[in-house]
Design a binder for this molecule. Structure first.
Ligand code: AMP
Ligand code: ZN
Length: 141
C-alpha cells in the first residue's frame, strides 16, 4: 500500500501516531476527527496515499463505498443523530487541510446550526444546458 512519509493520515494508518480508530479493513480506516464539528465526527480514509478522489484507485474507493454506510449507521446510533453530512474537501480552495483523501461523516441534530449558509445561485437563461454539454464532452469514462 502506497504511503507518504510526511502524511499525518499515513502515520495514523501505520500506527506511528495515535488515533481513536473505530473501523479498519484491508483498504479502509475510520477514526474520530480530533477537531469535531459535532460529537463522533468521523473520518474515513483509504489505506493508500492520494490527495484527491480522482487520484484514488477504484478498489480503494469501492472499499470506502462499502464501509461508509455501516460506519455512518454506527455513528448515528451512538449520538442518536437526526442525520449526517458526508463530505470530502478537495483542494485548498475547498478547505482541504490534510493532503490525504478523507470523507467526513458529520452527525447532525435538528437545529444544530451547522452549515447554516447554503448560498444557492440561479443560472442565467440557457446556461445550465451549456454547462451540462461541456461537462458531457469532458467526461472520460
Ligand atoms: P480537511 O479540512 O477536510 O482537510 O479536514 C482535515 C480534518 O482532519 C480536520 O477536521 C482535522 O480536525 C482532522 N485532523 C487533523 N489531524 C488529525 C489527527 N491527527 N487525528 C484526527 N483528526 C485529525
Ligand atoms: Zn497519506
Amino acid at each position: 500500500v502506497a504511503e507518504s512519509s510526511d502524511c499525518i493520515f499515513c502515520k495514523i494508518i501505520q500506527g506511528d501516531i495515535p488515533a481513536e480508530k473505530i473501523y479498519e479493513g484491508d483498504q479502509v480506516l475510520a477514526f474520530l476527527d480530533v477537531g469535531p464539528l459535532s460529537d463522533c465526527h468521523t473520518l474515513v480514509i483509504p489505506k493508500f496515499h492520494c490527495a484527491r478522489l480522482d487520484q484514488c484507485p477504484a478498489e480503494f474507493l469501492a472499499a470506502i463505498a462499502k464501509s461508509l454506510p455501516m460506519i455512518a449507521s454506527a455513528v448515528v446510533e451512538t449520538v442518536d443523530a437526526d442525520g449526517y453530512n458526508v463530505l470530502s474537501n478537495t483542494g485548498r480552495a475547498a478547505g482541504q487541510l490534510v493532503g490525504h483523501l478523507h470523507f467526513h461523516v458529520i452527525p447532525r441534530h435538528t437545529g444544530d446550526g451547522l452549515f447554516k449558509s447554503w448560498p444557492a445561485n440561479k443560472y442565467k437563461e440557457g446556461e445550465i444546458k451549456q454547462f451540462a454539454k461541456k461537462i458531457r464532452q469532458n467526461i472520460q469514462s
